[in-house]
Design a protein around this ligand. Sequence first.
Ligand SMILES: [Fe+2]
Ligand SMILES: [Fe+2]
Length: 206
Amino acid sequence: MKHPPEIESLNPLNLILEEHDRQQVMCDRLEEIADGLPDSVDLEKARHIAEILKFELPQHHRIEEKALFPVLMKYAVKEDNAGEIVSRLNEEHVVDESSAEELIELLEYLARGYSLENANMFGYMLRGFFENYRRHILWENSFILPLARRRLPEEGLRTDITDDRTARLNIVAEKRECLQCSGKELLSWGKHCKQTLFTFNMQINC
Ligand SMILES: [Fe+2]
Ligand SMILES: [Fe+2]
């Protein structure tokens, strides 16, 4: 079944892909911060990235863990070997959020104008994080999302994914755009865009 364009644009898989684009930019910004240490860091950028790590990253992970991965596992066939990759991605979420907590603390410290005692160590932590996270995005974009597009019933991406009452899941994707630029400048990190992120509403009906 083909959806009209306005519904097609709310396909949660497309929104996850768009979030990954934003996360790629986040990794680039983290690299710029690492390159700028100890004295040439854009403090506003550090503050903004700390917010993204604090709020956007966990939200994105919960969407994948609670909505996408379980549904994908239900529809994947044995030959897809999805189980091993999904469990590795779940583990990476835990590790990345734990690393992000340390980064947030130090980024906020920097953003308040303080100097770090050990900028080299912070640079090392930043590089470890964004290099791992780029790999994580690559796996999801090259394996998980294409598999989901192949296996999930198209109409299920808007409404009921399964008719199993005990696990019925609705994924409703909601795109919030910046009122000033209509989202066109999302990747420019313009000041007016900083609070305007893609969000998903998940409803679990049992
Ligand atoms: Fe993920
Ligand atoms: Fe992701």
